[in-house]
Design a protein around this ligand. Structure first.
Ligand code: SF4
Ligand code: SF4
Length: 277
């Protein structure tokens, strides 16, 4: 089995909207993000049409999130045309059951393309591929694809290369060997990986801007590398420090740090057991 070359829409269950600005909000919880996408998608079908450029420009003017205090990276655009695909056909289904995607993409609109009215232009939207595509190996991509089934979590995991690498590296440390490809196909391995990836959804120790993981947003488009929680507290890091940093962890006591480490350790060890020979 091979992963798809392009990871943005890998299957019929999930997709990623990270580079369209999906998580670039202070209120970026699962519930708040899906509620926002759902509201905006409904408004899109009430207020705009892809064959009416004026309506697209008016929609953008009304719905684009531009207020710096509401965003994490104020210089990164949040495109108002990112929405829930298929919501119009299934208006009563829960928002987590939809893929996220571009409402003005030609594939959604019988060939009509409204992306020039978005925050980039159609060429940029077409051409951009994030670093994950090159950095993750086939086994790592496949595991994420098999273990994550909804768009909110998928975008968070697939764009955090280090978080995925760490799972493999820590399991290799535990078992004294890289997880063999055939062991990664076991249902219990996929389930254990799913439990680890789930840490990203609502990590209780995440800082306010922790959704960006190792990257800490600053002014405009400025970013810096997040200090790990051990460095913040001035204590020795352990082997889970990189994972904790990917989770955007910030703690104010050693007790909280130990608790955070033990939550990660339990998930990593379960995965290591599941992929052991
Ligand atoms: S962040 Fe990467 S995987 Fe996600 S939509 Fe953009 S290019 Fe695709
Ligand atoms: S117009 Fe471009 S940036 Fe906006 S939602 Fe579509 S693909 Fe994303």
């Amino acid at each position: 089995m091979k992963p798809p070359k392009i990871l943005c829409h890998p299957d019929s269950e999930k997709s990623c909207g990270a580079c369209c600005g999906m998580y670039n909000r202070r209120d970026n919880s699962h519930a708040a993000t899906l509620e926002r996408l759902s509201r905006r998608t409904r408004a899109f079908f009430d207020e705009a049409r892809v064959d009416d450029e004026q309506s697209l420009r008016a929609f953008r003017a009304k719905w684009e999130e531009t207020r710096a205090e509401e965003k994490l990276l104020s210089g990164l655009p949040n495109c108002p045309f990112l929405g829930l695909l298929g919501l119009q056909e299934r208006p009563d289904d829960p928002p987590e059951s939809f893929k996220v995607g571009c409402l003005v993409h030609p594939l959604q609109n019988d060939g009509l393309d409204g992306r020039d009215c978005g925050v980039y232009d159609r060429e940029t939207c077409d051409d951009y591929l994030c670093a994950t595509h090159n950095l993750l190996g086939a086994r790592e991509k496949l595991l994420v694809l098999q273990a994550v089934s909804d768009s909110y979590l998928y975008g968070l995991v697939i764009t955090d290369v280090r978080f995925v690498w760490e799972l493999f590296a820590l399991a290799a440390d535990e078992n004294g060997m890289d997880p063999p490809a055939r062991c990664l196909q076991r249902p219990e391995a996929i389930e254990a990986a799913a439990d680890y990836f789930e840490l990203k959804r609502d990590w209780p120790y995440a800082d306010d801007d922790g959704i960006f993981g190792q990257v800490q947003p600053g002014e405009g488009l400025e970013t810096s590398r997040r200090k790990g929680p051990s460095a913040e507290l001035g204590v020795e890091p352990d082997r889970y420090e990189a994972v904790l940093t990917c989770l955007g962890t910030s703690v104010d006591s050693q007790e909280a740090l130990l608790e955070a480490r033990s939550l990660v350790r339990a998930r990593v060890e379960a995965f290591a057991r599941a992929v052991d020979l």
